[in-house]
Ligand binder design. Structure first.
Ligand SMILES: [Zn+2]
Length: 289
């Protein structure tokens, strides 16, 4: 389970680093010079150079695409971050005196991260903060759940805090949205998010005496219709629900069962590999002129 979670995260970051590095070579070709001695690149060089007009057009088109992708990345990164900040500031400023809402002592003693309460009738719980994460819960959640259920929610969010998931989710979502041209990336992002949720639930089950608390939460949450996220641009936070609810319920009902989460379609992996290879050859070729 952890291998799937860490493996998919590593793949997303590696693909992102590879694509942006190769795009950097193409964009800055006039300032970078590479003279590879690899004979196996010659056939590619001769094949593309033979069509000089098409070659120049392809390079110009690639440079234009790179500029668009870089602009999209900056836009998504800033948009998600600023929307998240604005939502958090609004929620915290609009939160009245909450002294009547208390975290039960049995829940408090298992927590090693600060908890912030926000005023909202929705059922909301999420981890936020990149380097000093905290757990945020809504008043609607505190007044709906029993202490054992609250404990399950808090432990789930504690897992996200421990693994710096707000930062990880921000990174993978920005990459997934910016690099839509990489066919397998969004599938990998979805796969990672599902396993992240399953690992957080598994952490809850390990730290609680019985699965009833988590079962109660999942059932009430699914039935409530009050799970709207209060934070816009929620990519900068790790929310509790409703992601991957079917797999999470299945894991709860049959803890020993091997979950079959579809990874991605073969053609998407093949198209991504072919695209990366083409980008690699073009970047070497344009820098070797
Ligand atoms: Zn979660």
């Amino acid at each position: 389970m952890l291998i799937r979670r860490h493996g998919s995260f590593a793949c997303i970051i590696l693909i992102g680093v590879a694509v942006y590095s190769l795009m950097g070579f193409i964009l800055l070709k006039d300032w970078i010079t590479i003279r590879p001695e690899w004979g196996w690149l010659n056939w590619f060089h001769e094949a593309v150079q033979a069509r000089s007009l098409a070659y120049k057009g392809t390079v110009l088109l690639l440079q234009f695409m790179v500029l668009v992708i870089v602009a999209r990345t900056v836009w998504f990164a800033l948009h998600l971050l600023l929307s998240h900040r604005r939502s958090m500031n609004r929620l915290l400023a609009g939160t009245p005196d909450l002294t009547q809402y208390n975290i039960p002592p049995s829940v408090k003693k298992v927590l090693s991260y600060p908890v912030t309460i926000i005023h909202s009738e929705n059922l909301s719980a999420f981890a936020e903060g990149w380097f000093r994460p905290r757990i945020v819960v809504s008043t609607g959640l505190l007044s709906t759940f029993e202490p054992e259920e609250l404990k399950a929610v808090m432990l789930h969010e504690q897992y996200h805090c421990r693994h710096r998931d707000p930062l990880r989710l921000y990174m993978v979502k920005v990459l997934g949205r910016s690099l839509r041209c990489v066919p397998m990336l969004q599938g990998l992002v979805d796969y990672y998010i599902i396993w992240d949720e399953l690992c957080a639930d598994r952490y809850v089950l390990r730290h609680m005496l019985s699965p009833e608390g988590l079962a109660g939460v999942l059932l009430k949450w699914s039935a409530s219709g009050r799970s709207e996220q209060p934070v816009i641009g929620a990519a900068a936070a790790a929310h509790f629900a409703p992601t991957a609810m079917n797999y999470r319920i299945l894991q709860l009902l049959e803890p020993g069962r091997k979950l079959d989460v579809p990874l991605l379609k073969l053609w998407k992996a093949a198209a991504t590999a072919a695209g990366l290879l083409f980008l690699f050859m073009m970047s070497i070729d344009v820098c070797g002129l």
